[in-house]
Design a protein around this ligand. Structure first.
Ligand SMILES: Cc1cc2nc3c(=O)[nH]c(=O)nc-3n(C[C@H](O)[C@H](O)[C@H](O)COP(=O)(O)OP(=O)(O)OC[C@H]3O[C@@H](n4cnc5c(N)ncnc54)[C@H](O)[C@@H]3O)c2cc1C
Length: 541
């Protein structure tokens, strides 16, 4: 599918190679979450490797992950069952070979995390395995309710030991550099937003998701979809942009950062009640609170509409208070900050954008469609998740594809001759960002618009209206050249939002997390396929 995106420039910023500093590395990794660092660990020790991250290293979705990482670790569990669960969740769009590859590699990847120092919960010396929605067996390896923090502590520590890996924090990647369709590195802005040209033999994109495009989201501030937009501008194929997974239970308290409340809490027996105290899930699905995420999210949205109330509530009062506090220390502490006892009070929750399923198309090795550019983690569409991600499969995907992309990029860099020259690429000055635009205002309005019109339930008229509004903003925001991350992020968010809506409009069916109120059925004959976008080659300005 070629989108009519004529307002999207090739480069966001003006630059001239004679005016900027140049850096030369063998492998450039954009993003310092789990996928990026796992890739860095895989690079040959003789190759110079640079990891750039736009914030501090611990600021990534990886560090926020709560529930755990999935893998067949119990002798009574079977690879076939993990494969079958993943395919069932994926609504007919998974790539079965990729699913098998990832599932079979999971124990090896979890073992290496343990070797690097991750301290997962155990019972009687054995890994304590949890279960989450959609899994037919206990197979979630976890560290209380802060698994991501534990994993990232171990992976950051392991990466620190590697003399060939340098990390630049607070380094914003503005664009991929390319010539003749091949990736040559990236334009990176560091302190005071001064840009430099980083030339790399091979580049790996690991920039994570795009939850910040929505007002309600579990994602950290860094998740603005930059990698999707810059890969698109560089000519990479991106696909499945209509599939955003919403998490049903985000804490909804004024002033809170929309903290995610893990579904493990419903697994332990928490009820969902509306503002009248009615336990409503039975009205929607016989699996009650343990129905899949998308079903629970839809039921909550429908019940909020029915009761005209801005949230529903988690009720844990029937569980033993001490057990709740010990099992969920993070959530207990967060709720306490707002005067709520998670074990006794009703906890206000509503759905929020959680995991972006679509992304840059990659093969089993993490190769994108642009030579020299690899990708791993949430920024990709690897074929693992199909139309709906199975819980705890995404940390696993970051580990597996981080390792594969790292290995592939490393070998490709080893096969190339050493050169210390850039290419004659420049991006002319066409327009100044100016100071008339209130970037924060557009960003907040975009997030509200996406939440209202491109949220859990979609239908044609509101999608068309949202697209028209965003195209209007694109006209005067994408045509400017900003000199700071706030501007670049807004341009990336608009690009991603526009592609998401175009895909959501095009897919005239309901599949996985994509729910069309006007097309409530799944339509395999027409739509059991991916929707891919490639930026038109001549679309430059
Ligand atoms: C609250 C929460 C709970 C979750 N719980 C689970 C769970 O229990 N199990 C599970 O499997 N998954 C879970 N997930 C999903 C999972 O954490 C993510 O999908 C996964 O960690 C993504 O890893 P990543 O390395 O691809 O991206 P991230 O970890 O998000 O890392 C992205 C990196 O890219 C950098 N970056 C982004 N843009 C730029 C730019 N322009 N320039 C430079 N750097 C840039 C960021 O600074 C960051 O370092 C959860 C997610 C959230 C938000």
């Amino acid at each position: 599918m070629t989108a009519p995106t004529h307002t999207i420039p090739r480069y966001l910023s003006a630059f001239h190679p004679k005016q900027l500093a140049h850096h030369f590395v063998d492998v450039l990794i954009i993003g310092g979450g789990l996928a990026g660092l796992r890739a860095a660990i895989e690079i040959d020790a003789g190759l110079s490797t640079l990891v750039v991250t736009k914030d501090k290293l611990p600021q990534s979705s990886s560090a926020y992950a709560q529930g755990g990482i999935a893998g067949v670790m119990d002798p009574t569990d079977r690879f076939e069952d993990h494969v079958a669960d993943t395919l069932r969740a994926g609504g007919g769009l998974c790539d079965e070979q990729i699913v098998k590859m990832v599932v079979h590699e999971a124990p090896q990847r979890i073992d290496e995390l343990i070797r690097w120092g991750a301290d997962f919960d155990k019972v009687a010396g054995e890994l304590s395995l949890g279960r989450e929605g959609g899994h037919s067996h206990d197979r979630i390896v976890h560290s209380v309710d802060a698994t991501g923090r534990e994993i990232m502590k171990a992976v950051i520590h392991w990466t620190d030991r590697l003399p060939n890996v340098r990390i630049w924090e607070d380094a914003f990647t503005v664009d991929i550099l390319s010539a003749d369709g091949t990736c040559l590195g990236a334009l990176v802005a560091q302190q005071a937003n001064v840009c430099s040209l980083v030339w790399a033999k091979q580049t790996i994109l690991c920039t994570g998701g795009a939850g910040q495009v929505y007002r309600e989201t579990s994602n950290p501030d860094v998740a603005t979809g930059d990698g999707l937009a810059l890969a698109y501008r560089a000519g990479a194929e991106i696909r499945d942009m209509e599939f955003m997974q919403f998490h049903p239970t985000m804490l909804y308290v004024a002033g809170s950062n929309r903290t995610l409340i893990t579904e493990a809490i419903r697994g332990e027996g928490a009820h969902l009640v509306d503002c009248h105290g009615h336990r409503f899930m039975g009205d929607y699905d016989e699996r009650m609170e343990l129905a899949p995420r998308d079903v629970v999210s839809q039921a909550i949205v429908a019940q909020m509409d029915k009761t005209r109330h801005p949230s529903v509530y988690l009720d844990l009062s029937q569980l033993a208070a001490e057990h709740v506090h010990v099992r969920f220390p993070g959530i207990t502490a967060t709720c306490a900050e707002f005067g709520l006892d998670v074990a006794a009070d009703l906890i206000p929750v509503r759905p929020g954008a959680h995991y972006f399923i679509g992304g840059v198309t990659v093969d089993a090795q993490g190769r994108t469609t642009v030579p020299g550019l690899w990708a791993a983690g949430e920024v990709t569409s690897s074929g693992l998740h199909g139309a709906n991600r199975l819980a705890s499969n995404s940390l696993l995907e970051g580990m597996v594809f981080g390792a594969h992309a790292g290995r592939g990029a490393s070998q490709a860099a080893l096969d190339m001759p050493d050169r210390f020259e850039g290419a004659a690429i420049l991006s002319p000055v066409v327009a100044d960002g100016g100071d008339q635009l209130n970037l924060g205002d557009i960003r907040n309005t975009l997030k509200s618009l996406m939440w209202r019109f491109v949220g859990v339930r979609r239908e044609r008229d509101s999608l068309v209206s949202a697209l028209g509004t965003i195209e209007g903003w694109c006209q005067y925001v994408l045509s400017r050249q900003f000199r700071e991350p706030a501007g670049w992020e807004l341009q990336n968010m608009l690009t991603v939002a526009k592609l998401m809506i175009e895909a959501a409009l095009a897919r005239q069916e309901t599949r996985g997390v994509h729910q069309r109120a006007d097309f409530p059925n799944t339509d395999d004959p027409h739509w059991r396929r991916h929707l891919a976008f490639v930026r038109p080659a001549d679309d430059s300005c």
